[in-house]
Design a binder for this molecule. Structure first.
Ligand code: SF4
Length: 358
């Protein structure tokens, strides 16, 4: 089969599979409201569909339009986002909602280039919104799409290289069914997610296998090729939960780091692990706790896996006799603590038996 025929085979059979066999259901599928599509796409960036689903439903239930989102209380939005991770997405979501509501008079941008100007929206999300909401001919290119193309066409160019990204973007655009871009885009994404999966793809029953290069050459496991190995680093967070009477000291994270805008106790992070008891001998701890404190409890270490980082956190809860002299932190009533948005690892601590009842 020559290259031209192979491309036609691919597009035709993919569309046939999408029409006849694609059983994947998602609440935003077939959605035409650009606000809801945008919301679902932002939530799904770096997030599994199963995890993002409930968040999507909550956002739609609480803020059914971009105008409602634009005037919402920021704290409430971050609270709703709690546990989803990558909080810069939430920040961008709010900034873009305000931009659309106040500068575009509530009209969601329609042109691909205008959609691309929204904060947190890259080529993939812009193509998804342009094609799903407005049926414009822009091909989506994400990990699923590149995997399907790399395998079917036997492409060994690394998907994470500049050359590779450009190559896959051009190929995806050429293959796009320009008459029905929304259906085509949804089809290739669903095909990658349910048939040509990263692990254990369903090659035996695959509708594309007779022309699939990777299948014929037994290279399915080798593709797609990635150039860069992800270097994961470990971080150990030592949290001192300082209680004075019925209040706890907290602050909002502002540094350009993970969990920006979320709340934390008095905390420090290190690259190597020490025990909680060793930590309590450090200058950092002694400066906070002073001499007159009572250790209420010490939690076990909790673990949270981020894409490039493995986070470990321990919580040392102490009662102090005099208020702290530290204007970086504010006091919040224990009963109001859960109204603030904390990192997921802290919510694990809250949910554990060591909840802050004392
Ligand atoms: S035959 Fe296997 S590798 Fe080829 S497209 Fe189908 S699922 Fe993917």
């Amino acid at each position: 089969m020559n290259n031209y025929n192979k491309r036609i085979f691919f597009s035709e059979n993919l569309m046939h599979w999408n029409t006849m066999h694609n059983a994947r259901t998602m609440p935003w599928k077939g959605e035409k409201d650009p606000y809801k599509i945008w919301l679902s796409e932002i939530i799904l960036q770096q997030t599994r569909v199963e995890q993002g689903l409930e968040y999507y439903k909550s956002f739609i239930k609480n803020y059914s339009s971009v105008q409602q989102l634009a005037i919402a209380d920021e704290k409430a939005i971050f609270k709703l986002w709690e546990g989803l991770g990558y909080y810069s997405r939430c920040k961008n979501l709010l900034a873009s909602a305000k931009y659309i509501a106040f500068e575009l008079q509530g009209n969601f941008p329609e042109k691909y280039t205008e959609i691309l100007k929204l904060k947190g929206v890259g080529p993939y999300t812009a193509a998804a919104i342009a094609s799903f909401a407005y049926n414009q001919p822009y091909a989506v290119v994400d990990g699923n799409v590149m995997r399907v193309l790399a395998r079917f066409f036997g492409i060994h160019t690394p998907v994470d290289s500049t050359i590779g990204k450009n190559y896959f973007a051009c190929l995806a655009q050429e293959l796009l069914d320009k008459q029905t871009p929304a259906l085509y885009n949804q089809g290739i994404m669903d095909f990658g997610a349910t048939i040509c999966k990263p692990k254990l793809p369903l090659c035996d029953t695959c509708t594309l296998k007779t022309a699939c290069t990777a299948f014929k050459k037994k290279e399915v496991k080798m593709l797609p090729v990635k150039e860069k190995k992800i270097v994961k680093k470990e971080r150990f967070f030592y949290n001192v939960v300082v209680a004075y009477k019925d209040e706890i000291y907290v602050r909002q994270r502002t540094d350009k780091d993970i969990w920006q805008n979320l709340w934390e106790f008095i905390a420090i992070d290190r690259e190597e692990k020490i025990t909680a008891e060793e930590f309590m001998k450090t200058i950092f701890f002694r400066n906070i706790a002073g001499k007159n404190f009572i250790v209420n409890h010490i939690s076990p270490f909790y673990k949270q896996q981020l894409t490039h980082q493995t986070i470990h956190a321990v919580f040392i809860y102490i009662n102090i006799q005099k208020p702290l002299k530290n204007d970086k932190y504010t006091c919040v009533k224990k009963t109001a603590l859960r109204q603030l948005a904390f990192p997921k690892i802290t919510t694990l601590y809250f949910e554990d038996k060591l909840t802050l009842k004392q």
